[in-house]
Design a protein around this ligand. Structure first.
Ligand SMILES: Nc1ncnc2c1ncn2[C@@H]1O[C@H](COP(=O)(O)OP(=O)(O)OP(=O)(O)O)[C@@H](O)[C@H]1O
Length: 591
């Protein structure tokens, strides 16, 4: 049975509306008076998820009567079977929830309703459910490639170890899924159970998060046993505040994400009891190394055989260490992590990730930290200092040039950079160092150019992309930008001055002192051009979001200026069961 209700008619619903159900007037006739609280309760009682309802027999047939050979595995909330829907031939994963702590049909449907509203390419899609007698089953799309640990930790003979770029792409995709839950859904959804095993991969290693939002469906949810078993399940991934018994926030997910990122970088499990005592807990093992950037490249999975750029690993480890900060408020927003990873996951001709534009991040601390860590490989601070001394004026004056001038300069700079790289390749011993220095230089230059590009109408006039993925980098630079030129210059100054900071100050500057900011702050700084662009962007919003949500996307606009739209859209089909704060209920209750 497929039902559509007004709150599911946003782009998030995959089901086509049927008949007059989409007619608001008709719909309203059946609605109780708009008294928020009453309406909320009554809607919960009457609404049914806009996903398919299966009867038990259908799912028994699909899974060959839940035969052992179809069993994919068993987790904390029940067994998962591979099945084929007879009606369509679609492959599915059928999750048979444990009967222990069984939910009533209404309660179960309410949870499914919440789940069904979440839709993103990096989330395993809920297809339907079954509430038949005492059976409670969820039907998900089948993800064919297994889970991340299968590929990262299980070395099958003849299978190549996962390469660096693939690892970064997986991290980027997972970050996109998490960003959707945190930032595109209102109120935010806290994952609570992010771990490598919950990242499923398709045959092309495209990642999809599973088990999101299942907390209220897990057996015994709400009782004390549930809490303790949850610690067991996510041992190694749980944020320190969880073990301290404090409330979980989106930043707790960021911590868990940091652990996954660390696993991807090191090829080590979050907890590995086969290792010596002091290496069994991955985070504890990594903490001393985080404080010594020179050792970052040593953290890499030996199976990678050093096939990664030094800048890439330095920045990846820097991001990871930020995610794993003890204090939740010191951790970055997943949206900033996602932007950083978008750059690390792009293939470039020389294998060195593109410079990260300062304006890409909501919180500039991320770009400052990354530019610092990106330069760790050779002569980090002295180089930045030198450039700050020699070129800072040219950097800031360059930011005042018009677009054409800038493009010409970039072309020239690109040409000379390429030429230099060719020269460098003759001298292998110095090549890495010098490349690093060149990149460092561009890192200071690019933020300004990103800002300029944001006010130009097209990214196509910019330097020729090196390859398709690199073209994405160009467009992402343009679309991420939302800060004013003054802000950019300020950032450049900050970058130069940070380079000479003493370590204590640096630590302070890397902390994220604020909770997610309202991006309307950014709107204040918009030029008229930006506003025009904003209108254009609004029109293309839906299309663009689709691009953003896929690591295979053509363009990567994450920080669009139309966040409000996002919120509105997401609000329409938002998940209400996982909001961290009581006051967040308000808006969704009114819907
Ligand atoms: N949509 C899916 N497609 C393919 N395999 C899946 C799907 N969902 C789950 N699986 C697989 O089924 C098995 C059990 O999954 P499940 O999520 O229940 O357990 P878990 O993640 O290991 O533990 P927990 O639920 O306690 O976090 C895992 O091997 C998982 O990879």
């Amino acid at each position: 049975m497929m039902n559509c209700f007004p709150c599911f008619t946003s782009q998030k619903s995959s089901n086509p509306p049927s008949g007059n159900e989409t007619n608001e007037h008709v719909e309203n006739e059946f609605r109780p008076p708009p008294v928020a609280a009453v309406k909320h309760i009554e809607e919960r009682e009457t609404e049914q998820p806009p996903v398919k309802t299966f009867n038990f027999r259908e799912l028994a047939t699909a899974t060959k009567n839940f035969r052992q050979e179809c069993l994919l595995g068993e987790g904390g909330s029940g067994r998962v079977y591979k099945g084929t829907l007879q009606s369509t031939g679609q492959l599915v994963a059928v999750k048979q929830l444990d009967k222990h702590g069984l939910h009533g049909t209404k309660e179960f449907q309410a949870e499914v309703l919440s789940l069904s509203k979440l839709e993103h390419p990096n989330l395993v899609k809920l297809i339907g459910y079954c509430a038949d007698g005492d059976q409670r089953l969820l039907v998900f799309e089948y993800v064919s490639g297994g889970s991340l640990p299968d590929h990262l930790f299980e070395q099958e003979p003849g299978r190549k170890p996962m390469d660096w770029l693939t690892r970064m792409k997986i991290a980027f995709g997972a970050a996109q899924g998490l960003d959707y839950l945190h930032d595109k859904v209102n109120p935010p959804v806290i994952y609570r159970d992010l771990k490598a095993a919950n990242i499923l991969l398709d045959d092309e290693f495209y990642p999809k998060l599973c088990d999101y939002g299942l907390n209220n469906l897990a057996p015994g949810a709400g009782d004390s046993m549930f809490h303790s078993s949850c610690v067991m399940d996510t041992y190694g991934y749980s944020a320190p505040e969880y073990t301290r018994g404090e409330e979980l926030t989106v930043k707790s997910d960021v911590y868990s994400f940091g652990v996954v990122l660390l696993e991807l970088i090191t090829g080590r499990r979050a907890v590995d009891t086969t290792k010596p005592n002091d290496e069994q807990n991955l985070v504890a093992w990594a903490q001393p190394i985080f404080r010594d950037p020179k050792r970052y490249p040593d953290m890499a999975d030996p199976l990678l055989k050093k096939n990664f750029s030094e800048r890439g690993i330095n920045q990846a480890v820097a991001i990871t260490s930020m995610c794993l900060q003890e204090e939740p408020t010191a951790r970055p927003l997943v949206s900033d992590v996602m932007v950083a990873l978008s750059f690390l996951s792009m293939s470039t001709e020389d294998g060195i990730p593109n410079a990260l534009p300062v304006s890409s991040f909501r919180d500039k601390s991320m770009s400052i930290a990354l530019s610092r860590h990106g330069s760790c490989s050779v002569t980090p601070f002295s180089l930045l200092q030198k450039e700050g001394d020699d070129d800072s004026s040219s950097v800031s004056s360059e930011s005042e040039d018009d677009d054409d001038d800038d493009d010409e300069k970039k072309e020239e700079s690109k040409g000379s950079k390429k030429k230099k790289q060719e020269e460098d390749s003759d001298d292998e011993s110095g090549s890495d160092d010098e490349k690093g220095q060149e990149e460092e230089h561009s890192q200071l230059e690019k933020p300004g150019s990103a800002s300029r590009s944001s006010s130009s109408d097209s990214g196509s006039e910019r330097e020729s992309p090196i390859d398709e993925s690199n073209a994405n980098a160009q467009s992402s630079e343009i679309k991420y930008s939302y800060s004013s030129e003054e802000e950019e210059e300020e950032d450049n100054e900050r970058l130069s001055s940070k380079s000479s900071c003493k370590s204590d100050n640096e630590c302070t500057s890397f902390r994220y002192d604020s909770e997610p900011k309202n991006t309307s702050i950014a709107h204040d700084d918009h030029s008229d051009d930006d506003e025009e662009e904003e209108e254009d962007e609004d029109e293309n919003h839906e299309t663009r979001l689709e691009h953003v949500q896929s690591s295979k996307s053509e363009a990567q606009s994450i920080y669009s200026d139309d966040d409000d739209d996002d919120d509105d859209d997401a609000g329409e089909s938002s998940l209400n069961r996982f909001e961290p704060k009581e006051e967040d209920h308000g808006s969704s209750d009114e819907e």
